[in-house]
Structure formats: structure tokens, C-alpha cells
Design a protein around this ligand. Structure first.
Ligand SMILES: [Zn+2]
Length: 137
């Protein structure tokens, strides 16, 4: 679908792409380590995928979650699928830390504090890619 941003090329860093799902790392996100899992083909809603496709999508979501837990040691993981502005099936996987701007409130709430300056390790994208290659082999 040519007018869909997730069908077009994205400026965000693609860590993983097996032609079915792709994982993007949102480099400039307000929440450190924020990743997105995108169903590669255009689909509007989860119920547009068949059961096997939904399982395949969630397998990637779970692999990203375990990667974030292993690599960044967050206090909590937030999962969200709220693609109103981006009408293409995708999940947000957002690691949360006690010093993030909104903790413990939702990411869409009002910030409670200024950014801590926390960042991901320099090898984060490469380490996540390696984790996904192992997990999704
Ligand atoms: Zn699309």
C-alpha cells in the first residue's frame, strides 16, 4: 500500500527483517530502547492475519521482549498496539525504567521528570540482532 508509512521505507533503524516481520529500533525515542515489530505485508488489524500469522507475529514480539530484558534490564516492559496514525499491524515494545520521564505512568501520560540521560549500550542494535537470530532461527 503506497501511502502507508510502514509499507514505505522508514528512517528508523531496522534490526531484523526476515520478510515476514521486521524489528525497528526507534533511535530518537523518548523511551530508551523502544522497539517496534511490524508485520511486513500490509494488514490493517490483527484479525486480518490468520492464526498462524498471528502466532508468527507474536513470536517476534516475544523475542524482542526477551532481548530487551536481557540487554537493558528494564523494570517493566510495555506492549502496545495502538496504530491509529499508522494503520498497519505493528507492536510497540517499550522497556521502562524507574528513571524514565513518565515512570510509573503510561508512556502517553504527562511527563513527571526530565530525561535521565540513560542510553542503550553502543552495541545494542547488533546485540539485539544476534539475539533475534538465535531466538527466531
Ligand atoms: Zn502498510
Amino acid at each position: 500500500m503506497s501511502d502507508c508509512p510502514y509499507c514505505a521505507n522508514s528512517t528508523h533503524q531496522v534490526i531484523w527483517n526476515d520478510g515476514v516481520t521486521r524489528v525497528m529500533y526507534i533511535v530518537d525515542a523518548p523511551f530508551v530502547g523502544w522497539c517496534r515489530v511490524i508485520w511486513h505485508a500490509h494488514a490493517l488489524e490483527l484479525t486480518d492475519l490468520n492464526e498462524a500469522e498471528r502466532e508468527r507475529l507474536m513470536r517476534t514480539v516475544y523475542a524482542v521482549e526477551t532481548g530487551l530484558r536481557k540487554l537493558l534490564l528494564p523494570v517493566k516492559i510495555n506492549l502496545a498496539s495502538m496504530g491509529t496514525a499508522m494503520p498497519h499491524v505493528h507492536w510497540h515494545i517499550i522497556p521502562r525504567f524507574a528513571d524514565d520521564t513518565h515512570f510509573p505512568d503510561p508512556v502517553w501520560s504527562t511527563a513527571k521528570r526530565t530525561a535521565s540521560g540513560r542510553s542503550v549500550p553502543a552495541d545494542f542494535a547488533a546485540a539485539m540482532k544476534a539475539h533475534l537470530e538465535t531466538s527466531l532461527a
